[in-house]
Ligand binder design. Sequence first.
Ligand SMILES: [Zn+2]
Length: 167
Amino acid sequence: MGSKKRKPLIRHLINTLMAIIILSVGYVCYTIVYDLRVRFINRSELNDLASKNKEYEARFEHFVNDIEKESGWKVRIISGLRSRDEQIQLKRDNPQNAPVNKSRHVLGRAIDINLYKREGIFTIWLKKFSSKASWQKTGVPTIALRYHLLWGGTYKYYHDPVHFEIN
Ligand SMILES: [Zn+2]
């Protein structure tokens, strides 16, 4: 009698365990593919910058590498070199954006980045709307100083913590 009752329970436990293993492996694969994709995007953004100025690109590349080595955050470059047309459109969308003759992005002298890290099954992001204090806590603005990059988090009238530029 007892063994008949136990068997379905064991089967149930094995099924649950299998489901957990499959989900975990799936999640790990997903994160690996995601990170590779981000790396690929970062690389192509840096290549675009290099086409404008190799010395500036090298500074941004070291900056990104140092963040990933020292801060525990991963970097996703969301904007690098922009065409004049793209900048004109951005200014139209949001008047707080720089005009085309002032934007460092058009000159290949600026990048916008998001930061992310995983804690368990959660991914934490730092983006444009994140507070200045939370960006400062990552140590990234300090690393930017090392490469003489001006941080958009220090702007007086515009909150732009994703932006780093050579001025
Ligand atoms: Zn920017």
